[in-house]
Design a protein around this ligand. Structure first.
Ligand SMILES: Cc1ncc(COP(=O)(O)O)c(C=O)c1O
Length: 375
């Protein structure tokens, strides 16, 4: 009997000009941070997001760090962010010398609870200097009210759009709603650069400052510096891959959308596995498709049962405030993040996933009848 093929969770889809552009880097001897693909990729991401400036970084975490610094965040400040996000969102706050303040998400968007944010920002005692709104799994947060609340409170708004390139909020691309937005081009993202990040903003002076900070704040003379800075600039090799990927962005987004639609249809009418929520303001990038299981045990059993059929899946983000590095961070939670923590399972979502392989995942979901304890 032949072994069934393994179905990965989210792998790069390198079917465009990636190899050709990498070969050009080698032929032209532009492999480091100076090189034409880096600025080409910056221009392209600015165009896609409708923003005036883009600054390429080595990864999304570095981009968040620079955006926080550009927003004036430093020691003594707090930055409000959702309790249900990837650790990098909170880690970047620490890198900037500030303290995360965890707010909750809503159960119908899995993004920041706007009413909770308003209530927290109205109290100056919380010392919030900036808000990071995370577009979870590629689904935009409620950007127009969040932007208004932040403006009224005089705090900066940063979009953590790590997996959300191509997503729209009320028809407008994410990235242009906050003072800054940050994308990731990590290997598991829809668009990968191997590793990489991009900050977008309409603030030209801030963009220039972040670009200088990303390259050791050199003055015109090569070894004269006017600030303590970082080695955060993307390399031309990474940008070569990223730029080739951006050429296929629409195709990859369409593939992800059709995967999400097929999963939605397969789960319709099921009471044990709930499809991830979608709000009517959102056109998601569908970075990863997720289901909500009835319990953490059920989620563990789903992952194990799929693994037994050579299908990768994973328990997704866990409430950050419940984890050791963030245990002392201030928070005001309504309970949603804790309630879904450990129950969200992400399913195979590569843009290269064939319909036959997705049908295998859907068949396995169809056979799944809950954890042993619930059977
Ligand atoms: C929500 C979120 N923020 C930040 C990051 C960090 O991006 P990077 O891995 O490029 O540093 C990620 C990466 O997966 C993410 O999902």
């Amino acid at each position: 009997m032949s072994a069934v093929a393994h179905i990965p969770l989210a792998v790069p889809d390198l079917r465009g000009n990636e190899a050709a552009y990498l070969a050009r880097c080698v032929a032209d001897n532009w492999v480091s941070s100076a090189g034409p693909f880096v600025s080409d990729m910056e221009r392209r991401v600015a165009e896609i997001t409708g923003t005036a400036h883009a600054v390429a970084t080595v990864n999304g975490t570095a981009g968040l760090h620079l955006a926080l610094l550009a927003a004036g965040v430093g020691p003594g400040d707090r930055v409000l962010l959702p309790d249900w996000t990837f650790a990098a969102s909170a880690n970047a706050v620490f890198h900037a010398g500030a303290e995360p303040y965890f707010a909750d998400i809503t159960d119908d968007s899995w993004t920041l609870d706007t009413a909770a944010v308003r209530q927290i920002l109205q109290q100056p005692k919380h010392r919030i200097r900036a808000v990071i709104a995370v577009h979870a799994l590629g689904h935009p947060a409620e950007m127009t009210p969040l932007a208004a609340i932040c403006r009224d409170a005089g705090v900066a708004l940063i979009e953590d759009a790590a997996g959300a390139l191509g997503a729209c909020y009320q028809g407008r691309p994410v990235g242009g709603f906050g003072d800054f937005a940050v994308f990731s081009f990590n290997g598991n993202k829809t668009v990968t650069a191997g590793g990489g990040g991009m900050i977008v903003t309409d603030d030209g002076a801030a963009a220039e400052h972040m670009r200088r900070l990303s390259a050791q704040a050199r003055e015109t003379s090569a070894y004269r510096h006017d600030e303590v800075a970082f080695n955060y600039r993307m390399t031309n090799l990474n940008a070569a891959v990223g730029l080739a990927q951006l050429e296929r962005l629409d195709d990859m987004l369409a593939a992800k959308r059709s995967l999400a639609t097929a999963y939605d249809q397969a789960l319709a009418g099921r009471s044990d596995l709930k499809p991830m929520p979608r709000r009517d303001w959102a056109l998601s990038s569908n970075w990863l498709y997720a289901v909500l299981c009835p319990s953490a045990d059920a989620a563990d059993s789903l992952v194990a049962d799929l693994a037994a059929q050579a299908i990768d899946s994973s328990i997704f983000w866990l409430s950050l405030s419940a984890q050791t590095p963030y245990a002392d961070c201030p928070r005001q939670l309504t309970g949603v993040s804790r309630a879904i923590s450990g129950r969200v399972v992400v399913l195979p979502s590569s843009s290269s996933l064939s319909s036959e392989d997705q049908a295998r995942v859907i068949a396995a979901l169809g056979e799944w009848r809950g954890s042993a304890a619930e059977k």
